[in-house]
Design a protein around this ligand. Structure first.
Ligand code: PA5
Length: 443
């Protein structure tokens, strides 16, 4: 396998030495064995470890067939879900797609506009969305593992009503797709009663590790991305990740070791920074993966993200000179898909002729290097994750890289990286305030 990912750790040595990283190797080896043997914390949720490797061809065929039919059938595809049932698909579609996919014509896009609902309870958001799809041919994909999450349930009720008013019950059944648990939950029951086409989220895969299940694969395929290539990349990293715990080769563990040591040294906030807007939702996905997995028992790095160079003109000030509790991880693309060069100008009125003939990638790379140096000098150690490009294979490897790194960081912190007990607290209060049956007295 050719890795699509490499790490540059040279800007860390002021805080974390190579010797300290190597000293963690025996512990990581032991934790790796526990992870692989299912002996660590949260062992019921390790399906993601071999998800791409074990996805049957028949499921990929079914997903691709369904996606192709949806692409023909509609010009707006609304994915309804929140958290892990939303961010992975959105990140993948933004990572690989046209930046302005929703603004270009259907012909140019080659498929429906990809829209999202149920990731908030905003009346304006959902009312605007319903206006937007009023005159479009619509399909819905409602995604919820538990099948009981309030936000997507409300959005689905609203959108289902619109779709049924427009097409009638029978035709609506051809336009509604459900991704949920195989056996339980209100959504599963509703899907069975209505006869909707349903895809299953495996029992042993938690929400934020589910992008390579139908949760992510169906929307990603509908958007026109090759999911076989995506799974192919993930499979490569899955086998590398399980074959060796060695920190020179298993970069997931090297990244985990660095994050753990940073945390031990009081760098309790990690900023993931990119220089490409197409990575914006991947940063959001990473924040959910790390924050929900690691923030427990009073421990865990706080995951933040910035999009450079945009945020160099806002949060850049804080990173340069604010509270020194942070380290930075740059997520870099080795090359853009399309190249633009800066043209010469006869009068050089803007003074940019010194860059004439240079590519935007060249300038962006210097912006990264200048930023990394400045932040290091300001007391912010940094590392870089270099990704080859924006192909499905690159992304597949990157997803598997991060998932394994976060699992290992959680094990180093001695917490269960696969549960999320803290998420229930707001729900309980909200249900009490809403007088949900069973929660009247704050049960
Ligand atoms: O990672 C998780 O488990 C969560 O973020 C869930 O994905 C999120 O809460 C949505 O849950 P569900 O898919 O059950 O609607």
């Amino acid at each position: 396998m050719t890795p699509c990912i490499r790490l540059d750790t040279r800007n860390l040595t002021s805080v974390v030495s190579d010797a300290e990283i190597s000293a963690l190797q025996p512990r990581i080896r032991k934790l790796h064995e526990d992870l692989e043997a299912g002996k660590g914390k949260g062992a019921d949720y390790l399906g993601w470890l071999r998800l791409a490797t074990q996805t049957p061809d028949s499921l990929v065929d079914d997903l691709e067939r369904t996606a192709a039919a949806i692409r023909n059938q509609c010009d707006a595809f609304v994915c309804i879900g929140i958290g892990g049932s939303y961010l992975g698909a959105r990140a993948a579609i933004a990572f690989m797609g046209n930046t302005f996919a929703d603004q270009v014509s259907r012909e140019e896009r080659g498929g429906p506009a990809m829209l999202f609902a149920g990731q908030n309870i905003s009346s304006d958001y959902h009312a605007d969305l319903m206006d937007l799809i009023r005159d479009r041919d619509v399909c819905l994909n409602v995604i919820s593992k538990s099948g009981t999450t309030t936000e997507p349930a409300i959005a689905f009720r609203l959108l289902k009503e619109k779709v049924e008013q427009k097409y009638g019950k029978t035709e609506s059944r051809r336009r509604i797709f459900v991704t949920t648990d195989q056996h339980k939950g209100a959504l599963k029951k509703l899907a069975d009663n209505e006869g909707y086409k349903t895809f299953v989220i495996p029992d042993d895969v938690g929400g934020r590790y589910s992008v390579l299940t139908p949760v992510g694969l169906l929307p990603i395929s509908v958007s026109g991305i090759d999911i076989r290539e995506l799974l192919g990349g993930a499979k490569e990293w899955e086998s590398l990740g399980s074959r060796t715990a060695g920190l020179e080769e298993n970069l997931s563990y090297l990244y985990a070791a660095i994050r753990y040591l940073m945390y031990q040294k009081g760098k309790s906030l990690e900023i993931l920074a990119s220089f490409h807007p197409s990575l914006g939702y991947l940063l959001e996905w990473w924040k959910q993966l790390t924050g929900e997995s690691e923030g427990k028992e009073g421990k865990g790095l706080f995951p933040a993200s910035v999009q450079f160079t945009t945020d160099l003109h806002s949060l850049g000030q804080w990173i340069q000179e604010g509270n020194r509790i942070v380290f930075e991880t740059f997520l870099l693309m080795e090359s853009s898909r399309r190249q633009l060069n800066i043209p010469p100008s006869e009068d050089d009125g803007d003074g940019l002729n010194y860059l004439a003939g240079k590519s935007l990638d060249f300038v962006n790379d210097k912006a990264y290097k200048g930023t990394a140096m400045a932040h290091l000098e300001g007391g912010v150690p940094n590392l870089s994750i270099h990704v080859k490009g924006r192909t499905p294979r690159d992304l597949g490897q990157l997803i598997a890289f991060f998932e394994r790194a976060v699992a290992m960081t959680g094990y180093l912190l001695e917490i269960n990286p696969f549960d999320q007990p803290g998420v229930e607290f707001y729900k309980k209060n909200m249900f009490t305030l809403l007088k949900k049956p069973g929660f009247e007295k704050g049960k």
